[in-house]
Design a binder for this molecule. Structure first.
Ligand SMILES: Nc1ncnc2c1ncn2[C@@H]1O[C@H](COP(=O)(O)OS(=O)(=O)O)[C@@H](OP(=O)(O)O)[C@H]1O
Ligand SMILES: Nc1ncnc2c1ncn2[C@@H]1O[C@H](COP(=O)(O)OP(=O)(O)O)[C@@H](O)[C@H]1O
Length: 183
C-alpha cells in the first residue's frame, strides 16, 4: 500500500515491564512500516518524559497523567492517518482502559500489545541498569519489582519475547495490523 492510497491510522500500544522489548519492537516495526510508505510516529516513553511529561515522576498519579497525555497525542495522530507506535509501560489497567475509550469515542483503531517478557528475563537484560539499581537499594518503585504492573486481560496480542527475535516479535504485530486491514 502506498501512503496516498488509504491513510488509515491506528495506535499500537506496547505495554510491558522495563527491558521487556517495547522500544526495540517499535523500532523494528516502524522501520518496516516506513519502508512500505506508511506514515509512522513512535512516541517513546523516555522522550515523552523529557518534554511532554517533563517534571512527572513514577507515582501512580504521575504515571496516570503521563499515560493520558500520551493517549491524547496518539489518538490525535492515529485519527489523522498516522500509524502511531507507543512503547510505554502503562502499568495500570484503568489508565490503559481510559486510553482505549478515547480511541473508541472517535472510532480510531487501538491495538493493545502485551510485551510479556518475564521479569527474570527483563532483569537479566537490564538495558538501563534499573534492576541493578533497585537491587542495590538505589531505586525504589521499579515496575514489576516493587511497584505494580497489572497485565492486560484481553490484549490483541501477547509477545513472549524470551522465545522470539526482535524481528519475529515485530512481524507478529505487523500480522495483526494486516489482519485488521490497517496495512
Ligand atoms: N521506577 C521506575 N519504574 C519504571 N520505569 C522507570 C522507573 N524509573 C525510571 N524508569 C524509566 O522510565 C522509562 C519510561 O517510563 P514510562 O513513561 O514508559 O512509564 S509509565 O508508563 O509512566 O509508568 C522506562 O523506560 P523503559 O525501560 O523503556 O520501559 C524506564 O527506563
Ligand atoms: N523478541 C525481542 N523483542 C524485543 N527485544 C528483544 C527481543 N529479544 C531480545 N530483545 C532484547 O531485549 C532488550 C529490550 O530493550 P528495550 O527495547 O529497550 O526494552 P523496553 O523498551 O521494554 O525497556 C534489547 O536489548 C533487545 O535486543
Amino acid at each position: 500500500m502506498t501512503t496516498t492510497a488509504r491513510a488509515q491510522g491506528a495506535t499500537v500500544w506496547l505495554t510491558g515491564l522495563p527491558s521487556a522489548g517495547k522500544t526495540t519492537i517499535a523500532q523494528h516495526l516502524g522501520e518496516r512500516l516506513r519502508a512500505e510508505g506508511h506514515r509512522v510516529e513512535v512516541l517513546d516513553g523516555d522522550e515523552v518524559r523529557r518534554f511532554l511529561s517533563a517534571g512527572l515522576g513514577f507515582s501512580r498519579e504521575d504515571r496516570n497523567t503521563n499515560v493520558q497525555r500520551i493517549g491524547l497525542v496518539s489518538e490525535v495522530l492515529a485519527r489523522n492517518g498516522v500509524l502511531t507506535l507507543v512503547p510505554v509501560i502503562a502499568p495500570y489497567a484503568d489508565s490503559r482502559e481510559a486510553v482505549r475509550k478515547r480511541h473508541e469515542a472517535s472510532g480510531t483503531p487501538y491495538i493493545e500489545v502485551h510485551v510479556a517478557t518475564p521479569v527474570e528475563v527483563c532483569s537479566d537484560r537490564d538495558v538501563k541498569g534499573l534492576y541493578a539499581r533497585q537491587a542495590a537499594g538505589h531505586l525504589t518503585g521499579l515496575t514489576g519489582v516493587d511497584d505494580p504492573y497489572e497485565p492486560p486481560t484481553d490484549p490483541a496480542l501477547t509477545l513472549p519475547t524470551q522465545t522470539q527475535s526482535p524481528r519475529e516479535s515485530a512481524d507478529a504485530v505487523y500480522a495483526v495490523l494486516s489482519e485488521r486491514g490497517l496495512v
